[in-house]
Write a new protein. Structure first.
Ligand code: SF4
Ligand code: SF4
Length: 174
């Protein structure tokens, strides 16, 4: 059990949407050890990546009950500079449903001044949410990075470039 008192229970969605390097399991495919809705069949021997993983709903009770991934079809994780929202590809529009879409908009508004990014991931397709609009970034590979272009604090453009062309994630500020 976590400090929130929450338990995964009937949820196994991270075992589908997350990539597990130690198992060479790609994102968006069920782990062969998972019984969906039941749990991990190799729990005692699961890899370190799985042992250390907890989605935001599990570890942070500021995220209300309706965000439970088995209900919302959305797995939230923190990134270097914000939040990643992985949508079950079997329910690709789940992130557009209410109240999720409105709550994410509120986070984009309140997180904007803190320069917090919110990226929705459906399969390999990514969408950057900003207070003013959505940027459909298309298919973003693991070797690619998002570059945001600013006017003041407002994001006015977002593009995807090869990480090797950048060295690191880069923001262009006007
Ligand atoms: S997505 Fe979260 S709640 Fe669901 S099984 Fe994974 S860690 Fe548990
Ligand atoms: S090893 Fe277990 S916990 Fe890890 S992804 Fe597979 S089913 Fe889930």
């Amino acid at each position: 059990m976590t400090s929130t008192g929450r338990q995964c229970g009937d949820c196994t969605l991270c075992c589908k949407v997350m990539a597990i390097e130690q198992l060479a399991k790609p994102a968006n495919a069920w782990c062969p050890h998972c019984k969906p809705g039941r749990g991990c069949q190799t729990y005692a021997n699961r890899p370190a990546e799985c042992r250390s993983f907890g989605c935001v709903w599990l570890v942070n009770d500021r995220l209300e009950e309706h965000w439970k991934p088995s209900r919302s079809k959305l797995v939230l994780t923190t990134s270097e500079d914000g939040l990643e929202v992985r949508c079950d590809p079997g329910f690709p529009d789940a992130w557009r449903k209410q109240p999720f879409r409105s709550e994410m908009h509120q986070w984009a508004v309140s997180g904007g001044p803190l320069d917090m990014t919110i990226v929705v991931i459906v399969g390999q397709r990514m969408t950057l949410l900003t207070p003013d609009r959505e940027f459909d970034l298309g298919i973003v590979g693991p070797d690619e990075r998002i570059v945001r272009e600013f006017e003041g604090t407002k994001v006015v453009n977002a593009t995807v470039v090869k990480a090797s062309d950048l060295g690191s994630i880069c923001d262009l500020r006007g």
